[in-house]
Design a protein around this ligand. Structure first.
Ligand code: CA
Length: 223
């Protein structure tokens, strides 16, 4: 999952980015409204965390510009405690939820995960595709009830495919969503990871939960 952290205070921006990376997110960070608006328009984000008081362009203006441009990824706003009007205005501008500063990282994470579940049509933290179960809260994966050990990258890949079960996902989309922007983009690497994931999910090759569509990408079986 790819998240934008738009926050001008360096220590807060860095700590949010670092902790989100630790949770397996791909993080784009921006320090002002102009850079942030650009990132939201140009990068394939799944969710954005936006501080409202920003240099260059305010958080509200950035959110309105994204919504006017047809961007529908969920937005979590960071607001000051005593500014209730700001919260209302942010929600009216197209934000989906807010967290009041100062906050605990766990609250931001829980709200981001809730927004992602809703935007992906997931109402619960436990997702199922056939015999595969994935718990977005504990990041545990089981196949037919047996735990499967995945690396952080394999988990992100599976989560992404399961979120879009039944849909074709191209290698380009996977590369953009699962790598930081400065990583070398090589779709062969995605093939290697999909291969590894398949062997872990389906060691004897009987269920084949991830279908390859030649020249188009991959599709996770719904059930
Ligand atoms: Ca600020």
């Amino acid at each position: 999952m790819r998240v934008l952290v738009l926050e001008d205070e360096p220590a807060l921006r860095e700590s949010l980015a670092q902790r989100l990376r630790g949770e397996g997110f791909v993080v784009d960070a921006a320090a002002d409204g102009i850079e942030g608006e650009y990132a939201g328009r140009e990068y394939p984000l799944d969710v954005a965390i936006v501080d409202l008081g920003l240099p260059g362009r305010s958080g509200l203006e950035v959110i309105r510009a994204w919504r006017d441009a047809g961007k529908s990824f969920p937005v979590l706003v960071l607001t000051a405690r005593d500014r209730w009007q700001q919260k209302v205005e942010a929600l009216q501008s197209g934000a989906d939820d807010y967290v009041t500063k100062p906050f605990q990282f766990e609250e931001v994470l829980a709200r981001v995960q809730a927004l992602l579940r809703r935007s992906g049509g997931w109402s619960q933290s436990l997702q199922r595709c056939g015999e595969i179960e994935l718990d977005t809260r504990s990041q545990q994966v089981t196949v037919a009830g047996a735990p499967v050990e995945l690396t952080a990258f394999e988990y992100r890949l599976l989560e992404y495919l399961m979120l879009r079960a039944g849909q074709v996902v191209s290698k380009t989309e996977l590369t953009e969503k699962l790598y930081e922007q400065d990583f070398e983009r090589d779709s062969n690497v995605i093939e290697v990871f999909v291969g590894r994931l398949r062997r872990k999910l389906d060691p004897d090759g009987t269920r084949q939960p991830i279908e390859t569509l030649r020249g188009r990408g991959y599709r996770m079986a719904r059930d």
